[in-house]
Design a protein around this ligand. Sequence first.
Ligand code: ATP
Ligand code: MG
Length: 400
Amino acid sequence: MTTTLAAPEAILVRYAEIALKKGNRPVFERALARNLREAAKELSPVRVERTFGRITVYPERRALQVARRLADVPGVKTVSPVWGAQSDPTDIARVAKALLDDTLAEHPGPWPIRFRIRARRAEKRFPMTSGELEHALGPQILPGPDKIKVDLENADLTLGIEVRSDRTWLYLRSHQGPGGLPVGTLGRGLVLLSGGIDSPVAAYLAMKRGCRVGYISFHSSPFIGEGFVKKVTDLARALGRYQSESRLFIVPFAEVQTSIRDNAPEPYRTVLYRRFMQRIADRVADEHDYQALVTGEALGQVASQTMENMECIGAATQRMVLRPLLTYDKEEAVTLARKIGTFELSNVPEPDCCTVFQPSRPVIKGTIKACLEAEAKLDVAGLVDRAVAGLELRKITFED
Ligand code: ATP
Ligand code: MG
């Protein structure tokens, strides 16, 4: 196969929701531009330009890979690698034809391919309207009816054209982004990250709504092994696809658990573990400037997630707790976990602190009164202090 075009000249990034927030728009656009630059960093240095309600990214190299990477960044609607032409009808036709020929040479069929052209003008001084340009191009670039059939309604392949004053962009492929808002535009959340399926999904959903997240994981060493730390580290790294850099706090949790085992009513163990997690996370959030906690809790999914028990758990802190999966079925969480690339990692069998000293008959309808009575026999402040004092902070960067 012969290629007539070089690598794409730029990457066109379209965003959805941030365009609606009128007054805040520059803030959101700057955040998105910064996140795109950060996401591309491993692959190539890039220059980022904000114009005409789009972001144009100019990578020094690996444009196709960079485009795929940018399609994961929250706030992005779609991403297209684009080829450039001079903003005149003749040069546009030349590049359009080369791009179409290249793509058809690699296309598996079936033939004929249903095709359309979609032009858009940001430069109104251009001598043709969008419709005129679309019509004029057809005869100049189409290879013949056995290869291509024009179909405006059900096209399999769309040639997109954006005419600007300085340059015109052409593209045939787009990657779907996650949508939502750019990370960092809506505050900071500390995600209670277990090795399970739900909490990584909760982290993703919080990021997609503009939260910059950090992670806190409770580790019951020596009752469970270092495999747990590796597992949550791997999960945090995989989530770096959506927020390139983050922090992971590993908190020693065995003393809390043995103290609860030795002093509290057995059915309340899990609820009390969770109350301590909230307290400790609350302290870390204070010290490291997170506004909200984020958990993977889903109503009714396990015994500790009945309405009564969640009320007991939530009452351990005044801080806002975000529960993005609150109304999700397990199936829905699993589907999303697969899509965002955390399911396989979560599925690695590895004991987690909740399996340590598990009650044989956990309470289903706990009461706050009973929690407080049980905790009156514990050194709550001391346990929280020592757990916080023992935490280990890891800096996490994305790894594919
Ligand atoms: P997950 O799949 O996220 O573990 P789950 O449905 O298994 O959720 P639980 O294990 O009861 O539910 O945990 C509820 C929530 O509590 C988790 O989603 C997570 O946010 C938090 N959590 C549980 N265990 C830990 C842990 N060891 N470290 C940090 N957070 C935890
Ligand atoms: Mg779990």
